[in-house]
Design a protein around this ligand. Structure first.
Ligand code: GAR
Length: 209
């Protein structure tokens, strides 16, 4: 059986992408990382991907603007289809996706979000967690559907919120967990374990202590 072809979509530094590529290389996952795509030509993660011999492509969203989001998304879909992509891994890809994109790859798009969903969808999650005074915080991996940060959960990792936390210290503690959780979930998915992840309560098998 041929290995599924995976694309990773990034907008910036790409530390989650790097964690996934490192784990895949170490553990010899049954998939091919066929493409790293960014909406931002200056994304640092593009350099990391190229250094590892992975094809990279930039699809700049700026010429489209908000009104033409579906046209931009159609360009993304075309690019991914040209590379025969089976799984799409959003790793800090900071674009809202329209149904043009999500309907082209139903149950084939994964995302990591820096909060314990359904708490704090959207932006500024660490600031909002501190403002809300929650005792714990974390990250979630989910399937992407047409809702904002709302598709079925595949795994979560939790960290305590400490009295002296700033948004930066909390983000750093969560990021350590992102780098453990996301590779574990992507590995499970490309290995054919999506039905099991969907049937278990989020984080049951992948929660970090
Ligand atoms: C990560 O913290 C990820 O959870 C977050 O962006 C960061 C990307 O960092 N994603 C979102 O906020 C998506 N809504 P990275 O480029 O170093 O992986």
């Amino acid at each position: 059986m041929t290995h599924p072809r995976v694309a990773i979509l990034i907008s910036g530094r790409g530390s989650n992408m790097t964690a996934i590529l490192d784990a895949a290389a170490r553990e010899d996952w049954p998939c091919t990382f066929a493409l790293v795509l960014s909406n931002n030509a200056d994304a640092r993660g593009l350099i990391t991907a190229a250094e590892r011999g992975i094809s990279t492509v930039v699809c700049d969203h700026r010429p489209y603007g908000r009104a033409r989001r579906p046209e931009y998304d159609a360009e993304l879909v075309r690019t991914l289809q040209e590379h025969a992509i089976d799984w799409i891994v959003l790793a800090g890809f900071m674009r809202i996706l329209s149904p043009v994109f999500t309907r082209a790859f139903p149950r084939r798009i994964l995302n990591i979000h820096p909060s314990l969903l359904p708490r704090f969808p959207g932006l500024r999650t660490h600031e909002r967690a501190l403002e809300a005074g929650v005792a714990d915080h974390g990250c979630s991996v989910h399937l992407v559907d047409e809702s904002l940060d709302g598709g079925p959960l595949l795994g979560q990792a939790r960290v305590p919120v400490l009295p002296a936390d700033t948004p930066e210290s909390l983000a750093a503690r969560v990021l350590v967990q992102e780098h453990i959780l996301y590779p574990a979930v992507v590995r499970a998915v490309v290995s054919g374990d999506l039905p099991r992840l969907l049937s278990e309560p989020a984080g049951a098998s992948l929660d970090q202590p």
